[in-house]
Ligand binder design. Structure first.
Ligand SMILES: Cc1cc2nc3c(=O)[nH]c(=O)nc-3n(C[C@H](O)[C@H](O)[C@H](O)COP(=O)(O)OP(=O)(O)OC[C@H]3O[C@@H](n4cnc5c(N)ncnc54)[C@H](O)[C@@H]3O)c2cc1C
Length: 456
């Protein structure tokens, strides 16, 4: 085997990108140099800016991800956006292979009237806000939250449950998270009393997992209400619940909640199934959501019934999925919102595009847990390693790090990340917390000591 190292650039330092770097450097048949880029000054993707702050054990996964980025053969450069700071074609010119793992950060829309009214936001905005994503404007979310006593979250996946739980929790329970201080304050001042979760289909089709669902019913001072009528299933839905263990367990929890005696609580979470959002009401901002009752169509889908009702709400959070965006020079499936690929090799009209690979949510869409990206990255790295003879046969230009430095870009590296990490831990300690996330982009760069040359 050739001793010249295979240079691989990974675009995106989320789980998929880091698992790609791990798989490339776990093997020793092919010497490799891996350069992981991210548009943010910090690594870890949705592990830092998506996973709910109160799920501390999962957020702690970043420690093992960090160890990968600290390997000798791996280099991390943050604050570099591929597509604007450097093009894919330029990356290709300086590297044997590019693995694209830039995720699926955009929301999908409901496609109903009134959806764009102030007060209606995608879950991505709320999640980014409470996780301290530096691309968010905190004041916009905080203004909406401060005026709301009732919120509706549309969607029945784990992200929707995260959002409901974070909005329902009291400040005492959030203190132990790493949320930015201003987020903690805004949530402490929230006047929300009712939080509604809305799903179009049967409860047997909800995609949330049981552990996350159960958590909702265990929050101090929070009542949970489910209409028993929503839990009546026709034979097709009952069979679906029977066939899917998670759905069966979820239904058992929902049934128990539907039978709980109603008591007065500071906040109440209402779960609604068989309810299709039809229209967002409001003139200058959201005032309610019209829901149309659905019914089983006997084939696992739903039929409309024409029976409408309105939930008054000043805040509407749409959690109906994520999608990827195209990148110049990269084939894109605009229907499925993924990069067309065969086992991780990017394909254009079915033909592999030499030197281009994809992993993670950009490859398979926004599904699965963090660990799913590990197997996914392994498959992609398998394809890269099979292609080594062809990849090394191409001459590549000068070092990417040097190229970035020559552009005068302010970048970050792992030393910079450690400075941010130490700073956040210190900031937390000064307030009796374990960590306080810094959300401001410029502040992150200044803590990082970001400078035109990030070469170690
Ligand atoms: C709100 C939310 C909560 C979740 N909670 C959990 C959970 O509790 N447990 C669990 O197992 N899974 C959870 N997941 C799923 C998990 O986060 C994903 O499976 C995983 O993050 C996908 O990895 P990825 O690397 O494909 O994408 P991402 O994690 O999104 O990483 C993509 C990276 O690419 C970077 N990037 C984007 N564009 C560019 C560009 N042009 N140039 C350079 N870099 C770029 C981004 O900044 C980001 O760092 C959650 C997901 C969401 C959305």
């Amino acid at each position: 085997m050739n001793s010249r190292p295979l240079r691989v650039t990974v675009v995106g330092a989320g789980p998929a990108g880091i698992f790609t770097a791990a798989a490339l450097t776990d093997q020793d048949a092919v010497p490799v140099e891996v350069h992981v880029l991210d548009r943010l000054p910090t690594p870890f993707g949705l592990v830092r800016h998506g996973v709910a702050p109160d799920h501390t054990a999962i957020r702690d996964l970043r420690k093992s991800l960090q160890r990968v980025l600290e390997r000798d053969a791996v280099r991390f450069t943050g604050n570099v956006e591929v597509g604007s700071d450097i093009s894919l074609a330029e990356l290709q010119a300086s590297t044997h292979a590019v693995v694209l793992t830039y995720g699926a950060a955009r929301d999908r829309s409901l496609g109903i009237p009134g959806e764009q009214l102030p007060g209606s936001i995608p879950a991505t905005d709320l999640v980014s806000w409470y996780c301290g994503h530096p691309g968010t404007d905190p004041s916009a979310v905080e203004a909406l939250l401060s005026g709301a006593t009732s919120a509706v979250v549309v969607g029945v996946g784990n992200v929707a449950l995260d959002v409901v739980r974070i909005l329902a929790k009291g400040p005492g329970e959030l203190e132990s998270t790493d949320m930015p201080q201003h987020v903690l304050q805004a949530l402490a001042g929230s006047r929300l009393r009712d939080i509604h979760l809305v799903g179009r289909r049967s409860p047997a089709r909800a995609t949330f997992t049981t552990k996350e669902l159960r958590e909702l019913g265990e929050l101090p001072g929070v009542g949970v209400r489910v209409d028993p009528r929503d839990l009546e299933l026709d034979p097709v839905e009952a069979a679906a619940a029977e066939a899917n263990k998670v759905a069966g367990r979820n239904l058992a929890i929902l049934r128990e909640w539907s039978e709980r005696p109603r008591t007065e609580t500071a906040r109440t979470v209402h779960l609604h199934f068989w309810s299709r959002p039809r229209e967002v009401l409001g003139t200058d901002r959201v005032s309610g959501l019209v829901l149309e009752r659905t019914a089983p169509d006997g084939e696992g889908g739903v039929a409309l019934t024409g029976e409408d009702r309105t939930i008054p709400a000043q805040l509407l959070i749409r959690s109906v999925g994520y999608r990827s965006v195209p990148l110049a020079g990269l084939p894109f499936d605009a229907g499925a919102h993924v990069v067309p690929n065969h086992r991780g090799r990017v394909v254009d009209d079915g033909v592999p595009l030499a030197g281009h690979y994809v992993a993670g949510w950009l490859k398979r869409g926004p599904s699965g847990v963090i660990g799913t990206n590990k197997m996914d990255a392994l498959e992609t790295v398998g394809a890269v390693l099979e292609d080594v003879p062809q990849l090394l046969g191409r001459e590549v230009g000068h070092d990417l790090a040097q190229q970035l430095a020559e552009r005068g870009l302010v970048t970050t590296d792992m030393r910079a990340w450690r400075r941010i990490d130490d700073h956040e831990v210190g900031l937390g300690a000064s307030r009796g917390r374990l960590r306080t996330t810094v959300h401001d982009w410029e502040e992150l760069l200044s803590i990082a000591g970001g400078r035109p040359d990030a070469l170690p």
